[in-house]
Design a protein around this ligand. Structure first.
Ligand code: FE2
Length: 251
């Protein structure tokens, strides 16, 4: 008799256990289904984020293209500066590659070269076109252009390195430049490169206040400035490129 009771209790216990097992298995399956749904939603969100990032980048690239067009239009108005930024960009890119920088970095430096003087859009026309020497006040307005240019390109996240180059393209090796008076290696390498290309193109172009210099004269002036206002190692490298270039082109 006692054995029957024990058997009945054991059977009841086994049934309870089985019911518990089934409940827990159903819960586990439900959890798995929820997990799968969550994973699918996460993957969809990820794909959406990638698409969004891609179109955001495309949009920023088109803003850059518009800025390049604007810089071009700004320069084209003045016969003395026409084509200046394009030449600076080409020279800077060649110098960057000769200095051993990577292709992507050289491209960024070239793009910064194209936009280095964009901030002149904020300088009054009568100052930009003035034939004689500038007054102190006019110089202050003129010296604001690297900061204005950097501010214009600041919203372009992928262009942050180039924005730094735009900001610092008038810094000088000996610290006498602007806007921050940076010195030597404290100046971003791209800004040192654009500065060298900028000086060379300015010297070898006609200006309202002086004639265009011959290549040999420009080379001599820059050689004298190497180690003072211009970074010596990059200047020497640049002058080697200039001297070796065929007579019909700068570098
Ligand atoms: Fe400039």
């Amino acid at each position: 008799m006692a054995a029957d009771v024990a058997l009945a209790q054991a059977l009841a216990y086994a049934r309870d256990l089985r019911a518990l097992y089934e409940v827990s298995r159903a819960r586990e399956e439900e959890a798995n289904r929820a997990h799968d749904k969550l994973r699918a939603a996460y993957q969809q969100a990820l794909a959406y984020a990638v698409d969004l990032r891609k179109s955001h980048r495309q949009m920023q690239r088109s803003v850059l293209q518009s800025l390049l067009g604007l810089a071009n239009a700004l320069e084209a108005k003045d016969e003395y500066t026409r084509g200046h930024s394009e030449r600076v960009a080409g020279l800077a890119q060649r110098l960057a590659l000769a200095a051993g920088l990577g292709i992507a970095e050289a491209k960024t430096i070239a793009e910064a070269g194209l936009l280095h003087d964009l901030g002149k859009i904020g300088v009054p026309e009568h100052i930009l076109r003035k034939q004689g020497p500038l007054t102190d006040e006019e110089w202050i307005a003129m010296r604001r252009h690297p900061l204005t240019g950097a501010q214009i390109v600041a919203p372009l996240e992928f262009f942050a390195d180039a924005a730094l180059i735009v900001r610092h393209h008038h810094e000088r090796h000996d610290g006498s430049g602007y806007p921050d008076g940076l010195k030597g290696d404290g100046i971003p390498v791209g800004a040192r490169i654009v500065a060298i290309a900028d000086v060379y193109d300015a010297l070898t172009s006609e200006r309202p206040y002086r004639r265009k210099l011959a290549r040999a004269e420009a080379v001599q002036i820059m050689r004298d400035d190497a180690g003072l206002t211009l970074e010596p190692r990059l200047t020497e490298l640049f002058l080697d490129l200039v001297i070796d270039a065929p007579a019909d082109r700068s570098v």
